[in-house]
Design a protein around this ligand. Structure first.
Ligand SMILES: [Zn+2]
Length: 348
């Protein structure tokens, strides 16, 4: 068995907001004081009345229904059947892989919040500001070009880039910026050197901000619940492609505009499945990563969609690849994606 350093495990655990993580694996949480409550995600406990509590300040969860409790490592073991080392690896990959422990200690963590009308307005201003910064930053644009993401999506999806001066740009909004997880208490930008993409719901309101670190490759979100699938306008089509990351969806979009994304391989939670089905979508083509997590996520997603009468297909990517890797490697990404789309196999 791999040996893990206790201090490192502790530091990993404390760099994650357990409420945000629980949402990431599909639990719909609602704030109750400083804690959060939702339906228990543990297989074998079909929790009809929310009895699963998360307390991010002590990195702990407890279910009053089935009696289980523990930290993030225990949670993965129960939800996914992970061994201890698999659970640690899952936590690491959630954080974006090769982060140093030092990097984790300084990584700010925002608590989960609800968004008010005033916050929403500030967030709109922040998003347009980040977009302006992106348009004048050739390094950020080149980063996306190197990932074969087309200029076509830059304006359409208001791609942004954090330059580290949000507090200075919005001096009178430092409290709301902090509350939403845009800046830390010390005033540091949480999205510094991150490509940013606003996530809007079907009424065009911003519900989340996605960030991808150009150096760390880490995914980052605001301390807000995931209320909407990415690019819900795709749901007006009867058939959609579904990705497990925003960058993957942006990669495919110029070739297949009916593409949406959830947040991670386990991101298709019940409320998103309903959102898809209620919009009238009949077929979903999963373009998840060709790895174990992507496979399991697509299977679980297909099962959920099936219960809503939606058929599922799976794009067969090269082993170990994600959609963006395919584009980076392809001679002609458009041809590659239409072929993969055409050859997608039904998940039964
Ligand atoms: Zn339970």
């Amino acid at each position: 068995m791999t040996h893990y350093d206790r201090a490192e495990l502790d530091s990993l655990k404390k760099s994650i907001d357990l409420a945000i993580y629980a949402q990431h694996i599909g639990v719909d949480l609602h704030a109750i004081g400083s804690k959060y409550r939702g339906n228990c995600p543990i297989p074998g406990h079909s929790d009809k009345t929310p009895s699963f509590y998360v307390n991010p300040s002590d990195y702990f969860y407890h279910c009053f229904g089935c009696g289980c409790s523990g930290d993030i490592y225990e949670l993965n073991k129960l939800v996914y059947g992970d061994s201890f080392s698999q659970s640690v690896e899952r936590v690491k990959s959630y954080l974006g892989g090769n982060l140093s422990v030092e990097g984790l200690r300084s990584a700010p963590v925002a608590p989960l919040r609800q968004l008010g009308g005033k916050d929403r307005k500030i967030l709109e201003h922040v998003v347009s500001h980040l977009h302006e910064l992106f348009k004048s930053n050739s390094e950020a644009q080149e980063y996306l070009h190197s990932r074969r993401i087309s200029d076509q999506v830059f304006d359409q999806f208001e791609i942004g880039f954090g330059n580290g001066y949000l507090n200075r740009r919005f001096p009178r909004s430092s409290k709301p910026l902090q509350k939403m997880g845009l800046v830390t208490e010390k005033g540091t930008d949480c999205f510094y050197r991150h490509i940013t993409v606003p996530i809007r719901d079907n009424t065009e309101s911003i519900t989340q901000l996605y960030g991808r670190g150009v150096d760390s490759k880490r995914h980052r979100y605001l301390g807000l619940p995931h209320r909407s699938i990415f690019n819900p306008t795709a749901l007006s089509s009867s058939e959609i492609v579904l990705c497990e990351s925003v960058l993957d969806a942006l990669t495919i979009h110029p070739f297949i505009p009916e593409v949406a994304a959830v947040y991670g391989a386990n991101g298709l939670k019940p409320s998103f499945a309903s959102q898809i089905a209620n919009a009238g979508v009949k077929r979903v083509v999963f373009a998840y990563d060709a790895d174990d997590a992507g496979h399991k996520g697509a299977m679980a997603g297909a099962k959920l969609l099936y219960s809503h009468g939606v058929e599922s297909y799976r794009m067969k990517l090269l082993n170990g690849f994600d959609v963006n890797d395919i584009a980076v490697r392809a001679f002609s990404p458009g041809d590659e994606f239409s072929e993969l789309y055409r050859d997608a196999q039904r998940i039964k």
